[in-house]
Design a protein around this ligand. Structure first.
Ligand code: UD1
Length: 423
């Protein structure tokens, strides 16, 4: 199994290009199931999660052609469709559940394996299934699979009130409603930029959608959707992650393709910590203001709040801040697995339930560490960039799920980082 070896070596300077959003692309790809005409995505990120979604769509009968080294995904789904999403693929990635809504909308039925346990919490599917049930789907759980069938073969529009603004449930219902009979209203919908990106693509395919980006989305069902070409929105989590590199190490880095509207709440916290963020023609420029990083408190929330997917990386920054920071994780119940690893590097962190208290230390020290999820892995790389000595991060396959060319991007701004094979 590969590892990544990082040595702390001072300030970082230069530019880092930010890829298209993994989480947007994972919702956009299943939209191909809604039409028998081609859907082409540009600015797609080159990640193993995208390869998993490709495999899943192919298993359902879609043709997926990857071009330009994976940055263009051309999909087509004109033939017969298999409505069963097998456990062998779904278990690799929770986002596989995003085929449920499109399959039900197109075929009036779907059998989708439940994704199973996940390192960062239980993550049930009740918000998805309750919403689809309101649209006339009968859903039951048998043999580990959700068996869903639309009453009369076609979903019907409904008013759906989400108990929580779930990203995945919003995406599933949004896609399902594009081909339903009548109007669907989603109340308490998620407002993430990835939802707006999906709605923009669906509109380009002929869907009638209003209100994406707000808490109420209205979808007027249409008879059919047509083909389209869509550019995937910038990955705000990759953006935020690399913004933290100069924040932690010093120096000045420009993040190409970045914009403040994607990371507003995160930028407010960076500012409070003493990190300057400036908009440029090409993106965002980040540097550390004079002096030590200041402690800040962080609460994770649905967009536009501070993203849970940047909590681990922010913790890496706060490990060497002056003072004590409190991080509250409100989205997932078990998302501090990086804390004990950071502690092995000399950080002072106490975790009680969903709250982590981080008391800044002068310096972290390199150590062999391991992570159990994607964002935790990258937080350990960030911490290693600022630590004394060598940090070796194991289980790199987590990183490959969500960060393309991490070694090339960070070494391009002067970081000492390499991938070591088979250790
Ligand atoms: C998406 C993102 C993930 C991010 C998360 C929150 C993708 C592919 N993944 O995940 O990176 O961390 O949003 O911003 O876009 N919940 C339920 N019942 C449900 C659905 C969710 O209780 O039916 C709970 C979950 O257990 C979790 C919370 O709601 O505690 C947030 O989940 P959700 O917004 O659905 O996240 P995902 O779409 O899975």
């Amino acid at each position: 199994m590969d590892s990544i070896v990082v040595r702390g070596n001072g300030p970082l300077n230069g530019q880092i290009p930010i890829a298209g959003a993994k989480n947007a692309c994972l919702a956009l790809m299943p939209a191909t199931l809604l039409s028998d005409e081609p859907l082409t995505l540009t600015n797609a990120p080159r990640l193993s999660d995208i390869a998993t979604m490709t495999q899943l769509l192919q298993s359902l009968g879609a043709e997926v052609t990857s071009m330009q080294d994976g940055q263009v995904q051309a999909m087509s789904c004109h033939g017969a469709i298999n409505t069963r999403a097998e456990y062998d693929i779904v278990r690799k990635m929770r986002a596989s559940n995003l085929v449920l809504g499109p399959l039900l909308a197109r075929e009036g039925r779907a059998e989708v394996s439940l994704p199973g346990g996940c390192a960062i919490g239980a993550r049930p599917m009740d918000i998805h299934t309750d919403g689809l049930a309101k649209m006339g789907a009968e859903i039951d759980l048998r043999d580990g699979y959700l068996h869903a069938k639309a009453d009369g073969g076609k979903l019907k529009g409904a008013v759906i009130d989400f108990p929580f603004a779930s990203v995945g449930a919003t995406e599933n219902i949004l896609m399902a409603a594009t081909l339903a009979k009548g109007t669907t209203v989603i109340n308490n919908a998620a407002r993430e930029p990835e939802i707006v990106d999906l709605a923009t693509c669906l509109r380009a395919m002929g869907a009638q959608i209003d209100g994406d980006g707000t808490s109420t989305i209205t979808i007027q069902g249409v008879d059919r959707l047509h083909g389209a070409t869509h550019r995937v929105v910038t990955d705000r989590i990759e953006l935020g992650t690399y913004m933290l590199a100069p924040a932690i190490c010093g120096g000045e880095v420009e993040l190409l393709g970045g914009s403040i509207d994607l990371v507003g709440a995160f930028c407010e916290k960076l500012d409070a910590a003493g990190i300057s963020v400036e908009e440029t023609e090409k993106g965002l420029k980040v540097h550390r203001k004079n002096g030590r990083i200041r402690a800040v408190d962080v609460v994770t929330e649905p967009f536009p709040g501070f993203p849970t997917d940047l909590q681990a990386q922010m913790m890496a920054l706060l490990c060497t801040a002056e003072g004590t920071s409190v991080l509250e994780e409100k989205i997932f119940e078990n998302r501090f697995m990086h804390a004990p690893e950071l502690t092995r590097m000399g950080a002072n962190i106490e975790v009680h339930g969903g709250t982590a208290t981080v008391t800044g230390v002068d310096k972290l020290k390199g150590a062999p560490v391991m992570a159990t999820d994607l964002r935790a892995s990258v937080s350990l790389i960030l911490a290693g960039l600022a630590a004394e000595g060598e940090t070796r991060v194991g289980r790199v396959y987590h990183l490959d799920r969500g960060y393309e060319q991490v070694v090339r991007k960070l070494s391009g701004v002067g970081a000492q980082i390499e991938r070591v094979h088979g250790e």
